[in-house]
Design a protein around this ligand. Structure first.
Ligand SMILES: C[S@@+](CC[C@H](N)C(=O)[O-])C[C@H]1O[C@@H](n2cnc3c(N)ncnc32)[C@H](O)[C@@H]1O
Length: 385
């Protein structure tokens, strides 16, 4: 019970990760590089935001004119509805506004709208945002926010991590263009992967190999968290999360085919294939095992199992995604992979419990044919062979 409470508390806290300005700028710039008019004349909705904290509203408001946006709408969630309550204090900006209401500030969400130069200073920016309390708490599933969704052309946000599946379904049911942040693991969800497979959604331009750093509203004491959960940059402690951008807005990187070698060249020259005279094959599925994206052979006609991180280099003109091999009953491809596992002395006891094992010369356990999925692979096929 105590453990499940802790997990719940952690999940609630994870819903309060705020995105850095430069991460938003870097990602959005890639869509503009591909199509400078991508936001021109469009209504953009930023739900699950909190303009006093969030950089999404600030970024799009500051670039409103440059991007040619028609209308920018952002909504925030009521402090009392949040799973993680924290210590809520309305900002001076809100308290000093004529519409300030001391009950509504806790119980209602807010809506911020930007359409024109309200202040008359010759530019459109954050100072021109109009705001009011929403009727409800700003839940993205409320009628009020659904109406805003339906009126928008493009929806952009970092939604609450715990509601990612629901949020994505909410976008997809309305058939909207979107750019969102999600956990890397989300890719394997049965609600998510089919969208990637069918090219209805793809990974954004920020590399898969880097964990994103997020801002916390509260001061973090890094000593109270595992070292992998935070990173301190120039004295500021950020929350670290294995997150990626997911989108259905086009960008240039996804149309750049990977430069690859033939199978023979890989076996000869690719250091990552050292010691191998052929690619391994799974014993229960007709595909070759490709341990690294840069070892994908250019000339293999059949199905290849490649690491999930392939997805940020996936070019739909070059490859077709056939499926995913994640666990025993995912999707129609029920791929189980059997392999040899090598592991350190520390795991011997664990293996003893499971069955046979051997020690090799360096004290490493080797198990042959462990009937257990060990690779998490995307199955792909070259489209041009
Ligand atoms: C991961 S944070 C990201 C905030 C902001 N979009 C950003 O990236 O800086 C998600 C936000 O959604 C809010 N939230 C949680 N549940 C929500 C819901 N059901 N509807 C709308 N917003 C929600 C959280 O309180 C939090 O402010």
């Amino acid at each position: 019970m105590a453990n499940s409470n802790l997990t719940e508390a952690k999940r609630a806290k994870n819903d309060e990760f705020y995105t850095q300005y430069h991460d938003i700028e870097k990602e959005i710039t890639a869509y503009l590089d591909y199509n400078p008019d991508v936001f021109r004349g469009k209504t953009i909705l930023l739900p699950c935001d909190d303009p006093e904290w969030s950089n999404f509203t600030r970024f799009f408001a500051q670039n409103f004119q440059r991007f040619g946006i028609k209308k920018l709408v952002s909504t925030s969630y009521a402090p009392e509805s949040k799973k993680y309550k924290g210590d809520y204090q309305p900002s001076f900006f809100e308290i000093n506004a004529p519409q300030y209401d001391e009950d509504k500030t806790k119980q209602n969400g807010k809506i911020f709208i930007l359409t024109h130069d309200k202040t008359g200073d010759g530019k459109v920016d954050v100072d021109d945002l109009d705001w009011r309390y929403l009727e409800g708490d700003g839940d993205f599933r409320s009628e009020e926010v659904i109406k805003l969704r339906d009126e928008a052309d493009i929806i952009i946000t970092n939604p609450p991590f715990s509601l990612f599946r629901e949020f994505l379904a909410w976008l997809v049911e309305a058939n909207k263009l979107f750019v969102i942040i999600g956990n890397k693991n989300a890719i394997t969800y049965k609600e998510v992967f089919p969208l990637l497979k069918e090219n209805k959604m793809w990974v954004g331009t920020t590399s898969f190999n880097k964990d994103m750093l997020f801002i916390s509203k509260e001061k973090i004491d890094p000593t109270t968290l595992p070292s992998s959960a935070t990173r301190t940059v120039d004295g500021v402690v950020y929350l670290r999360s294995p997150s990626i951008w997911l989108t259905n807005l086009d960008h240039g990187r996804r149309h750049e085919p990977l430069k690859l070698m033939s199978m023979e060249e890989n076996l000869k020259f690719n250091k990552k294939m050292k010691g191998k005279d052929k690619y391994d094959k799974y014993d229960n599925y007709d595909a070759i095992e490709v341990p690294f994206t840069d070892a994908i052979p250019l000339d293999y006609e059949g199905v290849m199992g490649v690491p999930i991180s392939f997805l940020d280099k996936y070019c739909p003109e070059q490859f077709e995604i056939v499926g995913m091999c994640e666990n025993e009953d995912l999707y129609s491809l029920k791929t189980k992979v059997y392999t040899t596992i090598e592991c350190k002395q520390a795991y011997i006891d664990k293996f003893k419990k499971k069955g046979t094992y051997d020690l090799n010369a360096s004290g490493v356990v080797i198990r042959e044919g462990l009937k257990e999925k060990v690779y998490q692979r995307v199955l792909i096929k070259n489209k041009n062979l």
